[in-house]
Design a protein around this ligand. Structure first.
Ligand code: IPE
Ligand code: IPE
Ligand code: MG
Length: 253
């Protein structure tokens, strides 16, 4: 994972990598006496808006939490509808993503998805692979603990093959096997709907992210809401363990 600790990062106004826990679709629908799935549908519009706005503002990577490894615990019907929505969105939006220079990737354990959905994911990734603009990452059946475990498995396999010894297993080696190792670490984590928890999202990658919580429900999240999050981010002093005085010295040098 790229080093985010350079002083230039403290001066950046627009985060390089934004990650979002898109929460509140169900409550948004309930308030309107609509079924939960109506909230998820409205949530897709927010995704489209957010992707476009991030691309326009020059964000390098946007990671969206679409389905957690714990969301299988929801009623079967809701899970099924979410899978359908996912499939439709991939089919409908991929061409436009490519036209807008967006490169798509999906992170998470795909083995539990249907073969059809897995194929659609592969195709969307391949189709947008050459795009040079925004990196859009969809976290689907993703869990932060799963991510750490899959990285550990890969590293253990290298040890088994004699390519590494136990003492070679450092933070850096593990980091290289985590999802999104090639992207900058998340600068800003946004969670909508008023909840203030991480819900097993990017546990490893968010070690030094700034956290922004808003009461806005995900279907209501629009360009102005994203601008507000970025304004908050711009006011943060990112210290990465150093003192505020040290950062002032670097900035005035
Ligand atoms: C987020 O909205 C979408 C997913 C988790 C798939 P929710 O469905 O969690 O909405 P609330 O939290 O019930 O309002
Ligand atoms: C987290 O939201 C997962 C996604 C946004 C996809 P949840 O609504 O599932 O989280 P909890 O269960 O309230 O923590
Ligand atoms: Mg929720």
């Amino acid at each position: 994972m790229a080093d985010n600790t350079q002083s230039s990062q403290t001066e950046r106004r627009v985060p390089r990598h934004v990650v979002i826990i898109m929460d509140g679709n169900g409550r948004w629908a309930k308030k309107r006496l609509m079924p939960r799935v109506a909230g998820h549908r409205a949530g897709v519009d927010s995704v489209r808006r957010t992707v476009q706005h991030c691309a326009k503002l020059g964000v390098e990577a946007l990671t969206l939490f679409a389905f957690s490894s714990e969301n299988w615990r929801r009623p079967e019907k809701e899970v099924g509808l979410l899978m359908e929505l996912f499939m439709t969105a991939l089919k409908k939006e991929t061409r436009k993503l490519k036209e807008n220079g967006v490169r798509l990737r999906v992170i998470g354990d795909r083995s539990r998805f249907s073969e059809k959905l897995r194929k659609q994911m592969d195709e969307a990734e391949a189709y947008t692979a050459d795009s040079q603009g925004l990196n859009l990452v969809i976290a689907a059946n993703y869990g932060g603990r799963w991510d750490i475990a899959q990285a550990a498995q890969q590293v253990a396999s290298l040890v088994e093959q004699g390519k590494l010894t136990a003492s070679d297993v450092t933070e850096d080696v593990l980091a290289q096997h985590m999802c999104m190792a090639d992207l900058p670490e998340p600068d800003l984590l946004i969670r909508t709907s008023g909840e203030q928890r991480i819900s097993n999202f990017l546990l490893w990658q968010c070690a030094y992210s700034e956290f922004y919580f808003t009461d806005t429900m995900w279907p209501d999240f629009d360009e102005a809401a994203l601008d507000a999050a970025f304004e908050y981010y711009a006011t943060r002093e990112r210290r990465f363990g150093r003192t505020g005085e040290q950062l002032e010295q670097v900035q005035s040098a």
